[in-house]
Design a binder for this molecule. Sequence first.
Ligand code: THU
Length: 160
Amino acid sequence: MKEIKIYSDFKIFDSIDELNDQIKVLFNEAKLIRESAYSEYSKFSVGAAVLLENGKILCGSNQENVSYPSGLCAERTVLFYANSKYPKIKIKAIAVIAGSINKINENPVAPCGSCRQVISEFQAKQNSDIELYFKGEKGKIIYTDSINNLLPFKFDKSFL
Ligand code: THU
């Protein structure tokens, strides 16, 4: 038997003012698109904005469905769009803002497992890490420079 320890690396920012201008803009876009969330059933709205290497910003929000599993998270909405529209352009960063529409959420909302898997897929595809920032409506922002920190044992194409 051998024990291994895996370390993950995060930075926690107290407020958006501590972020650089490009990421401030990215969060502002995520905040705006969150207003378009179709969160009819959960009343939990999420906005995600992706920064491409060419400086373009793309946005998406969660889209629910009465047949619950047919809905899609904000992160995957925008990532699939990014890879449809600009398949050859690398993704530099993704910013996510989320919370219930009934109460103020001050805790950073981490991407779900399926979204982590999809971020991981695009990291592998482009052969470079994607910076991830996530927050609640207010409060602290969590940053990590790679999805590897949130998904250490991942399923990838080496298994196929
Ligand atoms: N949701 C996201 O958009 N991203 C996540 O990473 C977690 C969950 C959405 C899905 C659903 O519309 C609502 O939040 C409640 O789960």
